[in-house]
Design a protein around this ligand. Structure first.
Ligand code: ADP
Ligand code: MG
Length: 318
């Protein structure tokens, strides 16, 4: 059992819940969700205070398409609102699936979703330079028509065409106080879903939403820092951070120092909008808190906490 005060923030990949190559039905998404919670149950049984952050890249892109297709019948919702919408239904899926899994394992801890707003700069330059992949793979034949309509589309690290949107840097988690109180009381909290709905302060109107998608890994790092977590674990669909990713010479790194991470990131070794934000998020957390950050595959969470899997970001070589 860990000490009462030890908190772990776990970021779950949206692609792990709904793989970008698959047209997932809600049944598929519940199945992936149930399959992905084993490591979380293990950490709950080990006594960690837990906060989960999930991505929404595939789902929020699908919501945009749904809204666009239905626009003749019902007014479409803007992207910022769709981030909150997906955080609601993905939170519900995780909440229900996790409660069932905890009860099967004989654990009576409660689970709650907090729809979270995350503060950004309204003039963040990232808002006008789209890098964040959303939605599922788009057939190459459809790409020219989308580009003509002003929809930004790019190839992701696996060579799939997908939509891209602006992704501002998270500055602070608006609801951190309520999240902290819940986490410290033993509740497993699902927060900052989809990176959180981006907001900024307007002198006249107060808090206002922004139509963009914050990277959930960067949001998780800010949340972990502000909660005083000792562990940030980023769970995704690859077993760790690779050098030469996608080449015959690729190899996984067991550890990565802050200096190496910055150098490799600068040299473009990590996919923009996919692995690069995970490495940056993990490095930010380690630099600011001295805590532990691990990037690994969903199924390997518990092993990784024991140091037996994944890539651990460390301050410097021992
Ligand atoms: P998530 O939904 O978990 O955020 P992402 O697709 O955003 O998942 O990021 C994980 C992906 O990053 C992997 O599936 C892989 O294709 C890609 N990637 C890019 N560069 C690397 C690298 N250097 N090492 C490992 N994975 C990488
Ligand atoms: Mg991602």
């Amino acid at each position: 059992m860990v000490n009462d005060s030890e908190t772990a923030v776990i970021a779950l990949g949206g692609n792990a819940l709904s793989p970008a190559g698959e047209h997932s039905s809600i049944g598929d998404q519940f199945r992936h969700t149930r399959a992905s919670l084993g490591a979380i149950v293990d950490l709950a049984l080990d006594g960690w205070d837990l906060c989960l952050v999930h991505g929404n890249g595939p789902q929020v892109g699908d919501e945009l398409v749904r809204n666009e297709l239905a626009r003749a019948e019902v007014a479409p919702l803007p992207l910022g609102v769709l981030v909150a919408a997906t955080a609601g239904w993905i939170g519900y899926m995780i909440q229900q699936s996790l409660e069932n899994a905890l009860r099967l394992a004989g654990c009576d801890r409660e689970v709650a979703t907090v729809i979270t707003q995350v503060r950004v700069r309204h003039d963040d330059p990232a808002l006008s330079a789209p890098t964040k992949f959303i939605g599922h793979e788009i057939a190459e034949s459809r790409v020219p028509a989308l580009l003509e309509r002003g929809v930004a589309v790019k190839k992701d690290a696996r060579g799939r065409f997908r939509r891209v949107v602006g992704s501002p840097a998270p500055l602070a988690v608006h609801e951190v106080g309520v999240i902290r109180r819940l986490v410290q009381s033993g509740t497993i909290v699902i927060a900052c879903g989809g990176g959180g709905a981006p907001i900024y302060y307007d002198g006249e109107r107060g808090w206002e939403g922004v139509d963009a998608v914050i990277d959930k890994d960067l949001a998780a790092a800010v949340l972990a820092r502000d909660l005083g977590a000792s562990l940030l674990m980023i769970l995704t669909d690859v077993d760790g951070v690779y050098l030469d990713y996608g080449k015959p010479t690729q190899r996984m790194l067991e550890s990565l120092t802050l200096a190496e991470a910055a150098r490799l990131d600068g040299a473009g070794a990590f996919g923009a909008g996919s692995m690069a934000p995970k490495v940056r998020a993990a490095a930010d957390f380690v630099r600011h808190t001295g805590g532990r950050a691990i990037i690994t595959e969903l199924a390997r969470g518990r092993e990784a906490v024991r140091g037996a899997a994944g890539t651990t970001i460390i301050a410097e070589n021992a």
